[in-house]
Ligand binder design. Structure first.
Ligand SMILES: NC(=O)C1=CN([C@@H]2O[C@H](COP(=O)(O)OP(=O)(O)OC[C@H]3O[C@@H](n4cnc5c(N)ncnc54)[C@H](OP(=O)(O)O)[C@@H]3O)[C@@H](O)[C@H]2O)C=CC1
Ligand SMILES: O=C1CO[C@H](CO)[C@@H](O)[C@@H]1O
Length: 278
């Protein structure tokens, strides 16, 4: 397993692209000042990876934050996603151009299919492959694809997705899916790593935080990285953005990694990919 060294550390995707294993999520960060400040604070404090999506309605602010921020565009790993209603070959190409326009950039580091949508996702994937081959995007992937969605997609792909971004936290580990992705060289990535704020109520997390003298957020985010999972906690508050990234001065023991794994109860805080259709 890769050593987790610093905030700018990376996992290597199967095409050789280095993906920073820690990033900022911006779902529910409002377009305008809120998201602009979050992105600028994150970049000022060592983050090099921002995760947005067309549906978050804040791509303009993300783009402004990067433009006004302290880091060159080429040193930021910028991710967006094609929304469900834009799936299909031509509509994906159009959605991609619209995202670039709003973000004020001429390429993405990673473009994801936001949710599986049956056979339509195969057409979407062909458009993603074209964007990749034309070097409009440095890597392509999926999100919310369970094993059966991946197996179905893999029957027709030319390029295997580089990433699968999934809900992932101690109450939803999906270890079999994680193993399947690892076996297929598909980098696993955690969304809602803080259980959308619910993790702070768990007594076991309070105990672990006390044991390591770290915050609950730092414990769970460090667990993600030690499990080889990219993580993108969201905050729009400066102090939390800074503290959430302070993960590189300690290590969770193998025993405590297993303890966190054992909390799994298949509980989702977001939609179920098998019952989500808008
Ligand atoms: N592909 C997909 O379908 C999905 C992708 N995502 C991506 O994953 C990212 C992260 O997931 P998200 O759902 O936002 O949830 P998270 O699990 O990251 O939790 C975010 C919540 O936790 C709060 N928070 C953050 N840090 C702290 C802290 N140190 N102490 C106390 N509270 C804290 C935030 O509030 P505050 O801002 O006030 O600090 C916010 O309410 C998203 O922003 C998005 O980029 C998310 C959902 C689905
Ligand atoms: O990224 C996302 C944020 O949350 C939305 C509402 O639950 C999801 O649809 C979406 O996947």
């Amino acid at each position: 397993m890769k050593k987790i060294t610093d905030l700018q550390g990376t996992f290597e995707l199967h095409n050789g692209v280095q993906m920073p294993y820690f990033g900022l999520g911006v779902y529910l960060s409002k377009d305008g000042n809120e998201v602009i400040h979050a992105v600028k604070e994150a970049l000022d404090h060592g983050y090099r990876h921002i995760d947005t999506a067309a549906i978050y309605n804040n791509e303009e602010g993300v783009g402004t934050g990067i433009k006004e921020g302290s880091v060159d565009r080429k040193d930021v790993f910028l991710v967006s996603k094609v929304w469900n209603t834009d799936q299909g070959y031509d509509s994906t190409l159009r959605a991609f151009e619209a995202s670039l326009e709003r973000l004020g950039t001429d390429y993405l580091d990673l473009y994801l299919i936001h949710w599986p949508k049956g056979d339509l996702s195969k057409e979407t994937w062909k458009a993603m492959e074209r964007l990749y081959k034309e070097k409009r995007v440095r890597s392509i992937g999926v999100s919310n694809f369970l094993q059966h969605h991946l197996e179905d997609l893999l029957t027709s792909v030319e390029i295997v997705p580089m990433v699968n971004q999934m809900e992932f936290h101690p109450y939803l580990v999906q270890q079999k899916l994680l193993d399947f992705c690892n076996a297929n060289h598909i980098q696993y990535e955690a969304w809602s790593p803080l259980m959308q704020g619910n993790i702070f109520d768990l007594d076991i997390m309070k105990d672990l935080a006390a044991k390591y003298n770290k915050t609950i957020a730092q414990i769970v985010l460090r667990w993600d990285l030690q499990k080889g999972v990219v993580t993108i906690p969201k905050s729009s508050k400066k102090e939390r953005i800074i503290a959430n990234a302070d993960l590189f001065d300690f290590e969770i023991s193998d025993e405590d990694v297993k303890l966190l794994d054992s909390l799994d109860r298949g509980k989702r805080f977001g939609p179920d990919p098998d019952n989500f259709n808008f």
